[in-house]
Design a protein around this ligand. Structure first.
Ligand SMILES: Cc1cc2nc3c(=O)[nH]c(=O)nc-3n(C[C@H](O)[C@H](O)[C@H](O)COP(=O)(O)OP(=O)(O)OC[C@H]3O[C@@H](n4cnc5c(N)ncnc54)[C@H](O)[C@@H]3O)c2cc1C
Length: 636
């Protein structure tokens, strides 16, 4: 099934996210909608022609371990070579290290295209980007000089090595050891890491692992974890990078999905490629501050995984919509056999009056549910990306701190909500295709298997929710969350949507969000278990309301462009929704805006009411969950 990058919607969502304000930041002056469009079109071509065709074959063949080396699926190496040659790996990075110097807003829009076209492939650049960000932020000048040019170009790839068998969500249990050698010039690393994405592969000349480990005298818990750069190949005396470090790929995991993405068990310092005293590693920043540094990687990766969940959902949705337009079953509900006005008007109707299933209301319901959530989450994820740009580049301290407030709240929200919605959306996409969705040949089942990891890795939804409630709400005395709510409220109050019902629904939802925050703060003062018990519904409430905020903005901008008729909609649409597609000079036609308003109205009719239910759960279920005796889950 082909993939078409949703370029119009990505450009529109970038405008909603404040592309104009990002283009006013120092260094981003060229980031215009026209430039973004041309980058997205080029990325869309590469994705459609090179990456998307490998998605299904990569799933079937998978990555494999042969003689201790990982071999990626057929076509993977060549696709990666082309990806690197196109300069795609370094979009948001400093030109001083060979990057393109584009805003994260643009890079995130492009990344959605990679995830949608081929999630298993896109994980390699995703992890490399996170490793670059960590070395850029916390490495020494020499480490930046050594590693960044090759990581930014994509000649080398990067990984994150956190997880160990006994240390998953709980990184305080990390046991990998790092012993200083030559007075701390380098370190000997020993231990085992599991589940390492692209922990080994054959696409790059070197792999730079960022590894969490403990020094011998480290304090217990998360305050005793340090971060190390541990390359697969070490620098030789001649300046080449061919000396193998003592890192063994012990095995590759057999997984539910993303079969072509190698998930490795790595043994450090076991002696296969060395003396058994440990792999050589280099400390990043100060000792015992590794987890804090790793958060630079994790926050970027969490946002990226949210984008990934939504990208796979877009791919599955495209497939479902195309299937629904083709598949003929049943007659229109208001039609007599062979004589339906709907069927007669329907060019896809079969001669006997049967219609394509896209005419059936229940199928339209399923498609609308996917469409409204995907478009809202796209806009939300680009809003997060725009705030990454503001947090890095805003000259004014206040604007920077506002961006950091937004990121603090919206990073766990986009990770948790977009991935959970991704699973729901992909499940609905499969449902649209009936039995054909369930069988492997059509590809719908692969999206369902692939997307399932997104609410698990980079911190489960439960862990994102605890971060939101524990650190970001209660830990901050409500400050950041309440400030973000107030900003959204102020922004919504200034929107002219041309639809009172949507505006009123948004006001009510924001009140629910504020009341939930206040009630959780009050509950925390009595019993810390209570907010934790309803952390997940609180995150989903945030997600639901934040998506409504994006849909309200989308409706307002569409309304403005349809009614203005002064250049942005040169097709001369009269704003009554009946005009022809004219376009706004930016490649977007009036039908796009009418559909956007319809989609936003559906969001407020069908998705936003969930906010009330989530708020009720937060209010009424906390004690029942917190007080549940573990023995009640035993077979009775
Ligand atoms: C395909 C794949 C790729 C991965 N890639 C990487 C990688 O590149 N690098 C890397 O380091 N790791 C990677 N991981 C590991 C991944 O990040 C972890 O699996 C994830 O963080 C969850 O940890 P866990 O599996 O140990 O689950 P656990 O921590 O055992 O959690 C099990 C359940 O308990 C819940 N839970 C745990 N603790 C708490 C708590 N305190 N409060 C409430 N609920 C809790 C969780 O939410 C979850 O539902 C990958 C995993 C997979 C499957």
């Amino acid at each position: 099934m082909p993939y078409t990058a949703p370029v119009n919607d990505l450009v529109f969502a970038a405008e909603l996210a404040g592309l104009d304000a990002v283009a006013r930041l120092p260094g981003f002056e060229d980031a215009t909608p026209a430039l973004l469009r041309s980058i997205l079109e080029e990325a869309g071509r590469f994705a459609a022609e090179v990456l998307a065709p490998l998605n299904h074959s990569g799933d079937r063949q998978g990555a494999r371990l042969q003689g201790g080396e990982v071999i990626t699926a057929d076509g993977w190496k060549d696709a990666y070579r082309q990806f690197v040659a196109g300069g795609w790996n370094g979009l948001p990075f400093d030109p001083a290290f060979g990057g393109q110097g584009l805003p994260w807003l643009a890079a995130t829009a492009v990344a959605e295209i990679w995830h949608a076209a081929n999630m298993a492939f896109s994980l390699c650049p995703l992890l490399t980007q996170s490793a670059i960000a960590a070395i850029e932020a916390h490495g020494t000048p020499a480490q930046r000089e050594t590693y960044l040019p090759k990581l930014v170009s994509g000649e080398w790839s990067g990984t994150m090595n956190l997880t160990e068998p006994q240390a998953g969500s709980d990184l305080s249990a990390v046991r990998t050891r790092a012993v200083p050698v030559s007075g701390g010039e380098h370190y000997r690393i020993t231990g085992q890491k599991i589940f390492i994405t692209y922990g080994d592969h054959d696409m790059t000349a070197n792999i730079i692992h960022l590894v969490l480990a403990r020094l011998p005298d480290a304090p217990p818990g998360v305050k005793g974890i340090s971060l190390f750069i541990v390359p697969k190949f070490l620098a030789g005396e001649a300046g080449d990078w061919t000396r193998r470090n003592d890192i063994e790929t012990v095995s590759l995991e057999h997984k539910l999905g993303i079969h072509a993405s190698p998930t490795a068990v790595l043994g450090y310092g076991g002696g296969k490629y060395g003396d058994g005293d440990g792999a050589l590693g280099y400390l990043v920043g100060e000792a015992n501050r590794g987890l804090q540094y790793m958060f630079t990687m994790m926050n970027l990766a969490r946002h990226a995984v949210g984008v990934e969940g939504n990208g796979v959902a877009e791919r599955a949705y495209q497939q479902a919509a195309a299937f629904a337009a083709e598949r003929v079953q049943g007659r229109a509900i208001d039609a007599g056999a062979g004589d339906s006005s709907a069927a007669a008007a329907d060019s896809s109707a079969a001669a006997d009056g049967r219609v394509a299933i896209i005419r059936h209301a229940d199928v339209k319901r399923m498609l609308l549910a996917q469409k409204c959530r995907i478009e809202a989450l796209r806009a939300l994820s680009l809003t997060v990306a725009a705030n990454i740009d503001h947090a890095h580049r805003q000259p004014a301290a206040e604007a920077q701190s506002q961006a950091r407030d937004m990121l603090g709240i919206l990073t766990p929200v986009i990770k948790g909500h977009a991935t959970e919605c991704g699973v729901d959306n992909v499940s609905l996409a499969l449902q649209v295709q009936g039995g054909m969705g369930f069988i492997e040949e059509t590809g719908a089942a692969q999206h369902y298997r692939d997307v399932r990891i997104t609410p698990i890795y980079e911190g489960t939804t439960g862990i994102q929710s605890l971060d939101l409630v524990g650190r970001k709400l209660v830990g901050d005395g409500g400050g950041g969350a309440l400030r973000v709510i107030a900003r959204i409220e102020a922004e919504c109050a200034n929107l002219d949507v041309g639809d009172d019902a949507m505006a009123e629904s948004m006001r009510a939802a924001l009140n629910l969000l504020r009341e939930a925050a206040e009630s959780l703060l009050a509950a925390a003062a009595d019993d810390a278990n209570l907010p934790a018990a309803v952390a997940e519904p609180y995150l989903r409430l945030w997600g639901t309301v934040a998506c409504g905020w994006q849909m309200l903005k989308a409706a307002a901008l569409s309304h403005q462009r349809l009614t203005r008729g002064d250049g942005d909609a040169p097709g001369g649409d009269d704003g009554d929704g009946g005009g022809d597609d004219g376009g706004d000079g930016n490649g977007i036609g009036c039908a796009f805006y009418r559909h956007k308003i319809h989609t936003a109205r559906f969001y407020f009719a069908a998705e936003m009411p969930k906010a009330r239910q989530l708020a009720d759960t937060i209010r009424t279920a906390a004690a029942l969950i917190a007080e549940a005796d573990p023995t009640m889950f035993e077979p009775a």
